[in-house]
Design a binder for this molecule. Structure first.
Ligand code: NAD
Ligand code: UFG
Length: 345
């Protein structure tokens, strides 16, 4: 019996695939490389010294998807594949709705046809919209502030409806907070296209000299130093959360949402300072206006995942910054440069 991972060539998917292979799971990966590079798959093999099946297909291609289920014995699906850029989702909402929602409906429909009813879905803390307070627990009100967030909310609802229609489904909705860091080998990591939107890849690219300075969005928030506070989580902790979720869907029925975060918030300037300590590089930054749509403070209450999945994040901000920097300095151009460079400073 194999585990099917959609979006396995991407940032979180590739780290989860390493964990799955290291834990003896048989693996099938689907990706259309719309936001990833085949090199990540090669490196998963290199890190683990293990092999897997790969299909370069789009979830929107239902016939190709069916072929995967017809020719493999699939026990459960971990569904990462989706588009995730908030700003882009505002510009091209139909593309986001089609890719994320139609893609998920195709997947679930084919799963249903082949009797595969165990699913772990990549949701996001974005489903809490503009939360009134933190820590945020799973029973907080849900809302969306942009089309990307709305795709996550809609998919959560669709999956709830699916379970109501057939109680044999077993579905875990994982609401990630802010994934950062990389595999400790520095061989796989986050590989954003163009100028990064997110804090850690932006800082890393300033450190490696690709960007001049970080713009800190807002210095007048009601936080420790006026900058925004988030719950950053090491991508390897996130990966291990998926293994726990997988056990849950395989061994029980139902649909449940879980926060995956550390429960600790750090401000932008605290992250900058931690990164400087780990890299030994000074990060130039400048305070600018708040970014529209940002909340001041957002961090999780991760106790449900601890109690019900037996999962807690193990790595702290030091490891997150160390591993993000290790990846960036070894791969200044992400996966597009195949040879690692020596940046021994
Ligand atoms: P990513 O872009 O690195 O990975 C997503 C992968 O899915 C990519 O390899 C992409 O090529 C693939 N893909 C997209 N649409 C596809 C389609 N129609 N068919 C086949 N493959 C397709 O993103 P990530 O950071 O690894 O995120 C994984 C999931 O987690 C996404 O669903 C994302 O929305 C969610 N998430 C991410 C974050 C984050 O900050 N990274 C936070 C919360 C939730
Ligand atoms: N920030 C800066 N400068 C930058 C980038 C970010 O100051 O160049 C600040 C932001 O204002 C925020 C913090 O750094 O205070 C983190 O910002 P990110 O963009 O890294 O992360 P967000 O919390 O805004 O958003 C992320 C994902 C979303 C997801 C959300 C909740 O990008 O997709 O977490 O899961 F919806």
């Amino acid at each position: 019996m194999a585990i099917l991972v959609t979006g396995g060539a991407g940032y979180i998917g590739s780290h989860t695939c390493v964990e799955l292979l290291n834990n003896g799971y048989e693996l099938i990966i689907i990706d259309n490389f719309s936001n990833s590079n085949p090199e990540s798959l090669r490196r998963i093999k290199e890190i683990t010294n293990k092999d897997f099946y790969f299909y370069e297909i789009d979830l929107l291609d239902r016939i190709a998807l069916e072929e995967v289920f017809a020719t493999n014995n699939i026990e459960a699906v971990i569904h990462f594949a989706g588009l995730k850029a908030v700003g882009e989702s505002v510009s091209i909402p139909l593309h986001y709705y089609h890719n994320n929602i139609t893609g998920t409906i195709n997947l679930c429909d084919v799963m249903k046809k082949y009797g595969v009813k165990n699913l772990v879905f990549s949701s996001s803390a974005t489903v809490y919209g503009m939360p009134d307070s933190s820590p945020i627990s799973e029973d907080f009100p849900l809302s969306a502030t942009n089309p990307y967030g709305r795709t996550k909310l809609m998919i959560e609802d669709i999956l709830q409806d699916l379970f109501v229609s057939d109680n044999n489904w077993s579905i875990v909705l994982l609401r990630y907070f802010n994934p950062i860091g990389a595999h400790e080998s520095g061989m796989i990591g986050e590989n954003p296209n163009g100028i990064p939107n997110n804090l850690m890849p932006y800082i890393s690219q300033v450190a490696v000299g690709k960007l001049d300075e970080l713009k800190v969005f807002g210095s007048d928030y009601p936080t420790v130093d006026g900058t925004g506070v988030r719950d950053y989580i090491h991508v390897l902790d996130l990966a291990s959360g998926h293994l726990k979720a997988l056990e849950k869907v395989i061994f029980s029925k139902g649909v449940e949402a879980y926060n995956l975060g550390t429960g600790t918030g750090y401000s932008v300037l605290e992250i900058v300072a931690a990164f400087e300590r780990e890299s030994g590089i000074k990060i130039s930054y400048r305070m600018v206006d708040r970014r529209p749509g940002d909340v001041a403070i957002c961090y999780s209450d991760p106790s449900k995942a601890k109690i019900k999945l037996g999962w807690t994040a193990q790595r702290g901000i030091k490891e997150m910054c160390r591993d993000a920097w290790n990846w960036q300095k070894k791969n200044p151009n992400g996966y597009s440069n195949k040879t690692e460079v020596d940046l021994s400073n």
